[in-house]
Design a protein around this ligand. Structure first.
Ligand SMILES: [Fe+2]
Length: 369
């Protein structure tokens, strides 16, 4: 981590012969793709790159890219870009090394059925270099991919990147909107990881650190302040370490199954106040929200709820009903609620919801009640 830490690519690449860089278009435009390729070449490796990977990738995108990866046959992968680029590279690593696997066999499609195959041991290391500050994918063991409009997870320590490079020069290229949306995702990662059934003192420390940093620095980071961008960049990885261990909850279930409506972080932010209100019925969870409130200078869980609503407003987060028309939303409500109810992350949420609870949460978030 640190200013200029991108050069660490060279010392890793020294041990490999064929380096494939998967990059977002924006990282090429800002010169960071060339910089990474130069470091790998200076290390003596043969280097190729695929750029312009899709945001919010689908499994079909993996299938489209795989032939080029197989043709080049890399022994080191580098993902350079936002969470989507890192996620798709993780999936590519799986299907590149194990060609006979099918997505449906290894993905966590719902919480009641285990994948029929586990991802076997993989050998191609992955360097993750995030350019946005949110997903935490650079440290997480999950890859989120779309299939038929909903998002599903591949989860395995085999896909957790072997290296994460946090160079604050990269997130300084984010637009205000991406800085806001991804920063809000960090907040939700922190709050959800802090309150799951499997949280530990270790994940708690990381979660609280990330939450405090977001409240203090996100508004400045959105405006483009370089120091604030650096703080949020590290907070995103801290929250990633928190949820790698403590997992996430119902807010992510709601947003993953509503992925067709808008950007991930933004959806999470719109659902968060309703989720906190819902989870507050559990006394232990209410205490945890109170602890978060105290960490940021307030006293009660109710105050935390208000602060989060105000934070959303201050950052100009639109309401759900500004993102999608009523008729469309209602026509999809039953399907979304059922998929969210089946989502594996519900297992970690402190309160077990019914399908009706989930529908109600979607409705409340939509009508802003
Ligand atoms: Fe997230």
């Amino acid at each position: 981590m640190g200013e200029g830490s991108l050069r660490y690519v060279e010392s890793v690449a020294r041990n490999y012969e064929r380096v494939m860089v998967l990059s977002s278009k924006s990282m090429r435009i800002h010169g960071f793709l060339n910089e990474v390729m130069d470091y790998a070449e200076e290390a003596g490796a043969e280097v190729d790159a695929i750029e312009g990977l899709p945001a919010e990738p689908a499994y079909e995108d993996v299938e489209e890219i795989l032939p080029r990866i197989r043709e080049f046959s890399p022994d080191l992968l580098i993902a350079l870009g936002g969470g989507s680029v890192i996620d798709i590279t993780k999936a590519i690593k799986v299907f590149y090394e194990v060609p006979d696997l099918r997505f449906e066999e290894v993905a966590f499609l719902d919480r009641f059925t285990k994948p029929v195959r586990i991802i076997p041991k993989l050998k191609t290391p992955l360097i993750a270099i995030p350019s946005t500050s949110g997903a935490g994918s650079e440290v997480s063991a999950a890859s989120v991919l779309k299939k038929d409009g909903a998002k599903y997870n591949l989860v395995s320590y085999e896909i957790a990147p072997e290296y994460a490079i946090l160079d604050p020069r990269l997130p300084r290229t984010m637009s205000e909107k991406i800085a806001r949306n991804s920063g809000l995702d960090v907040l939700v990662h922190g709050i959800e990881a802090y309150t799951t059934k499997v949280a530990t003192p270790f994940s708690d420390a990381m979660a609280l650190g990330a939450i405090k940093t977001v409240f203090k620095w996100l508004p400045l980071s959105v405006k483009g302040d370089g120091k604030a961008r650096e703080k949020i960049h590290y907070a995103a990885t801290m929250a990633g370490i928190a949820f790698l261990n403590a997992r996430l909850g119902i807010c992510h279930s709601l947003s993953h199954k509503a992925a067709w409506i808008g950007p991930h972080g933004l959806l999470n932010a719109t659902f968060l106040p309703y989720v906190i209100h819902f989870n507050m019925k559990d006394e232990d969870t209410r205490k945890k929200y109170t602890k978060i409130a105290r960490e940021i200078g307030f006293n009660t869980s109710e105050e935390l709820l208000e602060v989060i609503k105000e934070f959303n407003e201050m950052l100009g987060v639109p309401k759900l009903n500004e993102l999608v028309g009523e008729e469309t939303f209602l026509s999809k409500l039953d399907e979304m609620a059922e998929k969210a109810y089946n989502d594996p992350l519900i297992n970690f949420n402190p309160v077990e919801p019914s399908i009706e609870d989930i529908k109600e949460l979607y409705r409340k978030a939509y009508y802003g009640e």
